[in-house]
Design a protein around this ligand. Structure first.
Ligand code: GDP
Length: 331
């Protein structure tokens, strides 16, 4: 294990915007070692007064839609107008491939060398809950290091979008124009979550198809319930490849921020997110304690077998285990 520094060193390094310190602190927050958890908790407490100022933007879409190309273009655009940008990835699938946001060297090469940008490879080997916890903490660390915009990429694999939605201020869904099947295979739930939809690859021969898709999505959005934010979800074309449409997307995001700060949704949303973070943490801690309890472990296999064979009701199996856990932890 790499040697840890003192909390004061991490804190000072992060607040000075030192990327190496930031990376090392992120590694600490991702660690599962008890000593690191303690260190991370103290560090987060120290930097807390310096957090919350960034705009947190979630970006999702199916593999191949152009997420990393988009982040490269959009991030480059943002830095060209003087913004500093941190890029994080929430990628549960990387557990399987062992890959990371930088696994493919060609990904975001330009942005990776941009002095105003910081790209953090996604944590591998973490379960979704673990990713959620560490991503929230990484956002805070990046904010304390002075980054003004945090881009959080996630693959459209279901649960991870909900998670990213729950830790961001603005949620952008990237889509493609299909050959007449624009609305097929789009999960309504994901469209409902989006604050904006960008139809990517609006270049070359694809422009016309994108225009058709724009009106199809626009119509589909009319059918969705009114958004909580009070901001009407918009559909825009863009080309990550030719870096077109980045300015209009940024203008839209700014309009969203203005609207939601004005009507109070922005702050309210962050407060709610913090509350669910706390409850998530409680749930996860209890669950960890439950499954690592030796008495529960002893009995678990037997009860699982009984439930599988229909000899025990799932509910009473759960109750037996909970009784064992509560009896022991009460002592
Ligand atoms: P991801 O899997 O969503 O991260 O998608 P990538 O960014 O890796 O892009 C998938 C493929 O689409 C790559 O071959 C990109 O070069 C291509 N691509 C991405 N954006 C655009 C675009 O705006 N126009 C065109 N024509 N191709 C694009």
């Amino acid at each position: 294990m790499r040697q840890r520094l003192s909390i004061a060193d991490y804190t000072a390094g992060i607040l000075a915007g030192d990327r190496i310190m930031l990376s090392r602190a992120i590694t600490v927050t991702e660690s599962r070692l008890a000593a690191d958890k303690e260190l991370a908790a103290q560090l987060l407490k120290n930097i807390l007064p310096h957090t919350g100022k960034a705009l947190r933007i979630g970006i999702t879409g199916v593999p191949g839609v152009g997420k990393s190309t988009f982040i490269e273009s959009f991030g480059t655009y943002l830095t060209s107008i003087g913004k500093s940008v941190a890029v994080l990835a929430v990628d549960p699938s990387s557990q399987r491939s062992g890959g990371s946001i930088l696994g493919d060297k060609t990904r975001m090469e330009k942005l990776a060398h941009n002095p105003l940008a910081y790209i953090r490879p996604s944590a591998t080997g973490l379960f979704l809950g673990g990713i959620a916890r560490s991503t929230r903490e990484i956002i805070l660390l990046c904010e304390a290091a002075g980054f003004e915009i945090i881009l959080i990429e996630t693959v459209g694999v279901g649960q991870s979008e909900t998670l990213v939605k729950s830790i961001t201020d603005f949620f952008l869904l990237l889509m493609l124009a299909g050959a007449g099947d624009e609305l097929q295979g789009i999960k309504k739930g994901i469209m409902e979550m989006a604050d904006a939809i960008a139809i990517n690859k609006a270049d070359g021969e694809n422009v016309q198809a994108v225009n058709l898709a724009l009106s199809a999505y626009q119509n589909a959005l009319h059918l969705l319930p009114k958004t909580e934010s009070g901001f009407v979800t918009k559909v825009l074309p863009c080309s990550a490849l030719t870096e077109t449409g980045m300015d209009t997307i940024w203008a839209l995001i700014q309009e969203y921020e203005k609207t939601t700060r004005g009507n109070g949704f922005f702050d309210q949303n962050r407060q709610n997110q913090n509350l669910s973070w706390m409850h998530d943490q409680i749930r996860r801690t209890l669950e960890d304690q439950f499954y690592s309890n030796p008495n529960v472990k002893n009995k678990l296999k037997e009860l699982e077998k009984a439930v599988r064979e229909g000899k025990e009701l799932p509910g009473s199996g759960a109750q037996d285990l909970l009784d064992i856990f509560l009896a022991k932890s009460a002592k």
